[in-house]
Design a protein around this ligand. Structure first.
Ligand code: ADP
Ligand code: MG
Length: 561
């Protein structure tokens, strides 16, 4: 190993270094380059000859114009103070291309000359710097993205917050609207409800509860277990309602009768709709109900009046017709009876049995009886009337009937009170009662029974009957016979309506009775139940008991002088 290394040895060592090394004279103000190794020439593109002796200006030319201020300051200070440093700055090569240069700078003292030297060891760190740049850039981008993301998030949060606030506001508005609607429903005049399809109330307003006779909706909800059984008068109507709402989803103006809590019935008009689940299944009904009892009652009264009017017209037409033909008919029947009687006498004289002629005579007599009724019917109010006590007329009728009554039927006469006078045609009133009595006996023919005939005075008040209010004598003819169905009852006053076999009934008895009673300012009422019996009630205006016998016509009563 040599005792010491000379400059040449150092030069050789430095030449082999992979770092670019230059040595400058720090004591010379221009700091000329005293030494440059091969790596320096490789790095910068200059030959050693080109750089040796070059000063500050040369070096400065190769430092990039921008971005190096801090590094240059640092180097300048290190150079002045001799403190070692390391900086990275961008420099240019001979061909002008740029590279990042890591410069380590330190001073050494040159013992032989006593001068201070600066050694600059340099490395191309472009790859590292660029990588750092890239990393920094991508970190920045990442940060930026993250920041953006955060901003987005903040914005989204703000939106969400706004939405929540808005939803809260809408909810509150809805709640207050709902409250308003609640109060509309609570105070509505119409009944409003919601029910399950199988017939339980889920909700109802006070108007409906009131309409159905409950003190509150709560009470109604608790009490009504089945709408079909407890509300509908006719359960078949509920079926109709359900099939309509299931088919159309809606029911409009359906009118039917419902039962109130106290058992009374009212007519209602309903509009309802079905509420369906998302799957289309009906989960509830919602409806609005109006009480239309008043209108329905008025309608029924109008229909009844119309029917009565029609009946009156029919009777009038029949009266006119009957009046016109009955006389001719009576004469024809008279001739038939007369000649048949003569024929019968002849037959007897010749010893031939007169059975067939007896039949002719019997039929003709029946015919004359019918004609007699028709004639009476057509001149109902043309007769003279007198003040009559009713009970004696009744006893007379009962004694007439007693002759014909079979043993299976018992007769009862029931007269109450004394003051039972009417202004009437006695024969006609008898005719009425005989017709009613005959019908009653006919109804009891098969099984027997009791026939009650009687009378009493009654006071009719406004609304009791369609008759004007006042004092009436009410005569009843009641039997315990087969009774009538509603269909028969509707038609019994029609002329020629009969349920009896041909030859037994004419269908005139009740029309005649009806006509006579009406002509007397009274009315004929009937109530009947199939299998239980029938009661006819004849109402005739009562008149005060006369002080003296008087003759009455339709124009009024005149005391007999
Ligand atoms: P007719 O007696 O000739 O049938 P009416 O006018 O007297 O004619 O009676 C008409 C119908 O009214 C009868 O056919 C019968 O069906 C019914 N009717 C009348 N009175 C009674 C009664 N007391 N019981 C049951 N049905 C009756
Ligand atoms: Mg009859």
């Amino acid at each position: 190993m040599p005792a010491s290394l000379d400059l040449h040895d150092f030069e050789q060592i430095l030449s082999c270094s992979p770092n670019a090394i230059i040595v400058r004279d720090a004591d010379d103000p221009d700091r000329p380059i005293l030494f440059a190794n091969r790596a320096f020439c490789d790095l910068t593109g200059y030959s050693a000859g080109e750089v040796l002796g070059q000063g500050v200006a040369f070096l400065q030319r190769h430092v990039a114009a921008s971005g190096n201020a801090a590094a240059l300051d640092e180097m300048r200070e290190a150079m002045a103070t001799g403190r070692p440093t390391r900086v990275v700055l961008q420099c240019s090569r001979k061909d002008g291309s740029l590279f990042w240069n890591e410069v380590s700078l330190y001073s050494v003292n040159h013992a032989p000359s006593g001068r201070r030297l600066v050694v600059k060891s340099q490395r191309d760190v472009t790859a590292r710097v660029e990588l750092e740049h890239d990393i920094r850039a991508s970190t920045q981008a990442h940060r930026k993205r993250a920041a953006l993301k955060a901003a987005d998030m903040r914005q989204a949060l703000e939106q969400l917050y706004d939405e929540i606030v808005e939803r809260k506001r809408v909810e509150q508005e809805l709640r207050s609207t709902e409250q308003k609607f609640r109060s509309v429903i609570e105070n509505a005049v119409e009944g409003i409800y919601r029910s399950t399809p199988d017939g339980r109330y889920l909700d109802a307003n006070p108007a409906l509860a009131r309409m159905y006779g409950y003190s509150s909706p709560e009470e109604m909800l608790a009490d009504v277990a089945s709408i079909e059984r407890e509300i509908y008068v006719d359960p078949a109507m509920r079926q109709q309602f359900r099939s309509l709402i299931e088919r159309d989803g809606i029911v409009r103006n359906l009118e039917y009768e419902v039962r109130r809590r106290d058992g009374s019935a009212i007519w209602i008009c309903e509009n309802a709709r079905a509420i369906r689940s998302r799957g289309g299944r009906i989960v509830a009904y919602e409806g609005m109900i109006q009480d239309v009892t008043e209108r329905r009652t008025a309608q029924t009264a109008a229909i009844r009046l119309e029917r009565q009017l029609l009946q009156a017209h029919k009777m009038e037409a029949l009266g006119t017709l009957a009046g016109g033909i009955a006389h001719d008919f009576n004469n024809i029947l008279g001739a038939i009876t007369g000649f048949a009687e003569m024929g019968r006498d002849d037959a007897r004289d010749r010893g031939i049995p007169p059975d067939n002629l007896d039949q002719v005579i019997a039929a003709a007599r029946r015919g004359r009886e019918i004609v007699r009724q028709i004639l009476m019917f057509s001149r109902a109010d043309a007769n003279q009337r007198t003040v009559l006590a009713v009970p004696p007329i009744l006893s007379e009728v009962v004694s007439f009937l007693a002759v014909a009554v079979p043993a299976t039927i018992s007769l009862a006469l029931e007269c109450e009170g004394e003051e039972q006078h009417i202004v009437a045609d006695g024969t006609q009133i008898q005719q009425v009662l005989l017709n009613l009595g005959t019908n009653a006996m006919h109804a009891m023919k098969a099984r027997g029974g009791v026939l009650r005939i009687g009378s009493r005075g009654v006071d009719l008040r406004e609304g009791d009957d369609e008759l004007p209010p006042g004092r009436y004598v009410r005569i009843h003819v009641a039997d315990t016979g087969h009774g009538m169905t509603p269909e028969v009852m509707r038609r019994i006053f029609e002329p020629f309506f009969t349920t009896k076999p041909v030859g037994e009934g004419t269908g005139l008895g009740l029309s005649v009775a009806h006509g006579i009673v009406q002509a007397h300012g009274g009315a004929l009422r009937v109530s009947s139940e199939p299998g239980r019996g029938t009661e006819f009630a004849v109402f005739l205006p009562a008149t005060p008991t006369p002080a003296a016998p008087r003759t009455c016509t339709t124009e009024g009563c005149v005391a007999d002088s």
